[in-house]
Design a protein around this ligand. Structure first.
Ligand code: ATP
Ligand code: MG
Length: 614
């Protein structure tokens, strides 16, 4: 027999929004209907923070057999543009969501919103104010001091109607008048001290309504009313709008319109990332990045170009969850989520990013062997491929060290390593140029050590990736690092009184021009994804790749900082305390591209490669 508490326990854990929605459904509020909306302003490309809001809004609609509208909140012609509308629609579809019916625009409601404003004026609840912005701000007072009522507040209804009509017709210049709600200049909530409802904007046509309108509703006036017009039952937004909620409710009540309910959740903040569209636009305009979809940007289009899948972004958003309190999410959680996805789905191939020539002196000059290697240890159905092996090869420069310490399990004079899927080789001679730079290694191979049929009896620890020199294809590879070199560029900039651009990471992009890839990659198409063994997950760039030139982006390296950090029983510092492991970790991460895939370098729980290879 189960106890009462057991019976009450929900089958799955619900977040606070879902709990509320289930209560509303149980109470048959709005006939049990769930209608949400995602309301971007078309003034930039969507970023990963918007992705979270999309997953929340569309996800809830899906879960409760409701619908989610896409509504462009286009009330400011100065910053908005159709190109952003198109980019936003593309991103939402790519994320795997379908909006309800046709796309909605706040600008479609301009007539109706105007009528709402007239209704407020007629009820004595709105007035035209001729004061300039500075005076209005001053008269608003401070959180500890009540505001003052000015002379315009007592204008007659008739005069207000007349002036508002003149504003609409464009008879008054920009900034000369505003329409304000008449609420309470002494309210403890500053947003209720006669907030702006309409402002005059005459100098730029609207991207949809052209120059029909000379006045535009403010966010506060347009947003809740648009929700009501669309009969949005649950208007989900980020925490900064919590203080606007009393105004949202005041307007609904005074206008007697559909009672949408606003609920706030914490916005997504990611470490080493700036998320506001305004800041991102600045990076684009100042050409710090090569566009909104530069793979270093946190936009959805950049993540897509970089090789993130839509499911990895949805999974990330779900893992982050919905919270009531602001927090900072470690960007390595996002990286973890794409790694997890690609590990299961993409083929492994060999590519050498910084090539060093190896000549196997005891291998016949004109011989080529065709090795058959499996494409993925995670998924047999990905099949096998042929990889040519010959006398001249490339390995990574970092996989050789002349004066190697004992624990360097790669190649060094007189030492042996296995070439992945092939033979064990031994370094016999090091060739240098005039400057002393190592330009070639002379090695010998053990013909009895072939992978899969090894009778050499040798045990070697290191396994290196390689590419046959005469068969290799050339490519450019782009390695990305964080765009900022401090955890919270926004607040750091504020704290130090600097521009956020002061914290840009100068090494966020490394372009390698002379990479050598195994020939199976010859027919790669833009967007193709793969793992370069020991190096990371890569994709063929969709912008820079041409018929003559393959360009690859590194989506993410193989090492999983997040899984490691969250390993139980690790000595993690408490929040706010300096992290003694940090310096060490950074150094390790720097070397991540060159690590031997043996046990000690392996991210816990995430075997990317088998540990032995014979
Ligand atoms: P930005 O400052 O980046 O321009 P915004 O809030 O002004 O963001 P909107 O286009 O107005 O951008 O936002 C559309 C929706 O996305 C809003 O409901 C907003 O609350 C939500 N949103 C924006 N940024 C985030 C974020 N970092 N985390 C979660 N939701 C977000
Ligand atoms: Mg905004």
């Amino acid at each position: 027999m189960s106890t009462a508490t057991e019976e009450k326990e929900p089958k799955e854990s619900l977040n606070f929004i879902e709990i509320k929605i289930e209560e509303d459904i149980a109470n048959n509020k709005h006939g049990g209907k769930v209608q949400t909306r995602f309301p971007p302003e078309p003034n930039g490309f969507l970023h990963i923070g918007h992705a979270k809001s999309i997953v929340v809004n569309f996800g809830i609609a899906q879960k409760y057999q409701g619908a989610c509208n896409l509504r462009f909140d286009d009330t400011n012609p100065l910053t908005e543009d159709t190109k952003y509308v198109e980019a936003i629609k593309k991103d939402i579809e790519w994320l795997g969501y379908k909006w309800n019916g046709s796309v909605c625009y706040t600008s479609d409601y301009f007539d109706q919103l105007y009528e709402f404003a007239i209704k407020l004026i007629k009820a004595g609840l709105a007035y035209v104010d001729d004061s300039d912005a500075e005076t209005i701000a001053k008269e608003k007072g401070t959180p500890t001091q009540p505001g003052v009522e000015n002379e315009y507040r007592s204008r007659s209804i008739a005069e207000n109607l007349q002036l508002f009509e003149e504003m609409r017709q464009g008879n008054h210049p920009n900034g000369s008048k505003v329409l304000r709600a008449k609420i309470d200049m002494a309210s403890p909530n500053m947003h209720l001290r006669d907030p702006y409802l309409y402002r005059i904007i005459t100098d730029k046509p609207h991207h949809r309504t052209g120059d029909k309108w000379k006045i535009y509703p403010t966010y506060d006036f347009a947003h809740g009313q648009s929700d009501a017009i669309e009969e949005v039952t649950h208007s989900l937004c980020t925490l900064e709008f919590e203080v606007h909620r009393p105004l949202y409710e005041w307007l609904i009540e005074k206008l007697g319109i559909f009672p949408s309910k606003q609920t706030e959740f914490a916005r997504l903040n990611l470490s080493y990332t700036m998320m506001s569209k305004r800041n991102l636009r600045q990076l684009v305009n100042e050409q710090v990045v090569d566009g909104w979809d530069d793979p270093r940007m946190p936009t959805i289009s950049a993540l897509r170009r970089r090789g993130y899948t839509s499911s990895s972004i949805r999974n990330f958003a779900e893992k982050v969850g919905v919270a009531r309190r602001e927090n900072l999410i470690d960007v390595s959680l996002l990286e973890h989520s794409i790694r997890e996805d690609l590990n299961k789905t993409v083929p492994r191939v060999m590519a050498v990013l910084k090539p060093l020539k190896v000549v196997i002196t005891n291998y016949p000059e004109d011989k080529t062997e065709t090795l058959v290697l499996e494409n993925s240890p995670e998924d047999e159905s990905l099949g096998k491929r042929e990889v040519p092996f010959g006398r001249e090869l490339y390995i990574e420069q970092d996989d050789f060290m002349e004066d190697a310490p004992k624990k360097f399990f790669r190649l060094a004079p007189e030492r042996e390593v296995r070439l992945k899927g092939a033979y064990i080789i031994k370094c016999e001679e090091v060739i240098k140029d005039d400057t002393g730079k190592v330009i070639e290694l002379r090695c010998t191979y053990d013909e009895n050590s072939k992978s899969g049929e090894d009778t050499s009896g040798k045990k070697v620890k290191g396994v290196l990736h390689w590419v046959s020199a005469s068969h290799a294809i050339d490519a450019e590879v782009r390695l990305y690092d964080r765009l900022f070199n401090v955890e919270q560029p926004g607040s750091q900039a504020k704290k130090e009184g600097k521009e956020f651009t002061a914290f840009l990471n100068p090494d966020s992009l490394e372009i390698l021009q002379n990479c050598k890839l195994e020939p199976s990659l010859k027919s790669s198409k833009p967007g193709d994804q793969m793992q370069f063994q020991r190096l990371g997950y890569f994709c063929v760039d969709t912008q820079f790749t041409t018929n003559d030139k393959l360009v690859f982006n590194r989506t993410v390296s193989l090492k999983d900082g997040w899984a490691k950090k969250n390993k139980p029983a690790q000595n993690q510092p408490k929040q706010g305390q300096p992290n003694p492991n940090k310096k060490k970790k950074k150094k390790k991460e720097k070397n991540r591209g060159t690590q031997f895939p043996g046990a000690q370098n392996q991210a816990p729980g995430k075997p990317n490669e088998p540990k032995t290879d014979s």
